[in-house]
Ligand binder design. Structure first.
Ligand SMILES: [Zn+2]
Length: 458
């Protein structure tokens, strides 16, 4: 276990939303003490100079698809993310206990939701366009309970990928999550480009079952001219006591597998997505805009290839990030080096650059709250997202003047280019990244729900 002494930086406390001038001693994996400037380095401590830097809790990504993929974990770490919630959009490992046991040594901490699509598949509901039968729902419930017992952080619903999913099957899973005191995330349906029925459906699921409901990547779902109406619906539901939450990223263009239901011709038509909006993010045709022949070839022969959809409105991205309840997310996916969407490497630095430094939409203190304490509360990470003595020493140390994302879309740049300005990232009290490079330390742990507190509140 390392002893680290971080000197000369300014601490940002997301609980009080204030700055503290102090040196920070990290010891045995926890924040040990705030020491006055000028104090000597405690014995045996490695000094990390942080002049000109902010020191904040490590960022918590409420929506990723790292799911044990080491390279993606490293790209998150280099952004200052120290905890990621995986298993989103309905896709997760089925055996959460086994997954968590296998993740003992990883660049960052991982919590894992259990996904509806995985449960459907295991129950034999293989047709994405048909509802699960009552017998299949019973099996899904059994498997979901087992996952929650084994430490799943919650449940993720993916009706966007299984348009046939019925309200009954989603309700059954929401009730289980509620029973365990864990949240539900939902990748809402894509009925049409400007549809809000999908949001109404999610609100009703939360209202009927009493569960905490997180709308996934809000800008990707509603950042097409209906963002204000969508936020208002969410706010009205919250006012009448429905536990609605949301995560959203820093890009207007989303990314998914070309073979998925999202790219069925009818879904594309109803959502106004044309081939000219697509750009391949992985595989042999990376960077290419597919024509009809290539689209059909990829759907049938390379359904796993990822494609970026250039729709959405950039101002909507910022409007959603201004909402006081928004958690910043990456929606990161697992790709080979050089492939993917810039969200895998640029999201959090881009958030601070755009929202705070350039557009002055938020203060540093507010932005740090949105990236640390807010998600910690929503998921019940009791010992994370705070700068307090005795709490987990997951920290991001960055230069607020130079912090900048460098990732770009395939064809324009490298989607996995590491940001600049992130001086240190500390995971469990160990120096995991320094000067934009990983140190090779694997201090991330699997976070089984129950070990980080059952209570969820926000
Ligand atoms: Zn996702």
């Amino acid at each position: 276990m390392s002893r680290l002494f971080i000197t000369g930086g300014t601490l940002i406390d997301p609980e009080r939303r204030e700055r503290i001038d102090a040196n920070l001693l990290v010891d045995d994996g926890v924040i040990r003490a705030f020491l006055p400037r000028g104090d000597e380095a405690p014995e045996g401590a490695k000094v990390l100079p942080a002049q000109g830097c902010f020191i904040t809790p490590g960022f918590i990504d409420p929506h990723g698809h790292i799911d044990g993929h080491t390279y993606t974990g490293e790209l998150s770490l280099l952004q200052g993310i120290t905890t990621s919630v995986g298993g989103n959009c309905g896709f997760s490992p089925l055996c959460i206990g086994q997954f968590l046991r296998n993740q003992r040594s990883f660049p960052i901490h991982q919590a894992e939701l259990v996904g509806m699509c995985a449960l459907r598949e295991a129950a034999g509901a293989l047709d994405a366009f048909a509802p699960a039968t009552p017998e299949q729902i019973e099996i899904m419930e059994l498997l979901c309970s087992r996952a929650l017992c084994e430490g799943a952080a919650g449940v993720s619903l993916g009706p966007g990928y299984t348009p046939g999913a019925s309200l009954e099957e989603m309700e059954a899973l929401c009730r289980l999550a509620k029973g365990f005191g864990r949240p539900v995330s939902i990748d809402t349906r894509m009925y049409s480009m400007t549809d809000l029925h999908s949001l109404q459906e999610a609100i009703e699921l939360a209202e009927v079952t009493g569960c905490r409901m997180i709308i996934s990547h809000f800008a990707y779902q509603y950042g097409v001219g209906v963002e204000y109406e969508a936020l208002e619906m969410l706010e009205l539901a919250r006012e009448r006591g429905v536990d609605m939450q949301l995560d959203s990223g820093m890009y207007k263009d989303w990314c998914s597998a070309i073979g998925s239901a999202l790219f069925e011709p009818v879904t594309m038509r109803d959502n106004g997505i044309e081939l000219c909006h697509l750009r391949m993010a992985t595989g042999e045709h990376i960077g290419q805009v597919p024509d009809q022949t290539l689209y059909e070839h990829l759907r049938s022969r390379h359904p796993e290839d990822a494609v970026i959809v250039n729709t959405g409105d950039e101002e909507a991205v910022y409007a959603i990030q201004r909402y006081p309840q928004t958690m910043v997310s990456t929606d990161t996916g697992s790709y080979a080096p050089g492939e993917g969407h810039p969200q895998i490497a640029g999201s959090f630095p881009r958030y601070f650059r755009r929202m705070v430094r350039e557009r002055r939409e938020l203060s540093w203190e507010e932005a740090v709250y949105h990236t640390t304490l807010l998600p910690a509360r929503v998921f019940g990470f009791e010992r994370k997202g705070r700068l307090r003595e005795g709490f987990d020493a997951d920290l991001a140390v960055f230069d607020p003047e130079t912090l900048c994302d460098c990732a770009d879309f395939p064809g324009l740049g490298r989607p996995d280019a590491a940001p600049v300005g992130m001086r240190y990232v500390i995971v469990s009290g160990e120096l995991a990244a320094r000067g934009g490079k990983t140190t090779g330390v694997m201090a991330g742990r699997a976070l089984a729900a129950g070990s980080f507190g059952h209570e969820i509140r926000a």
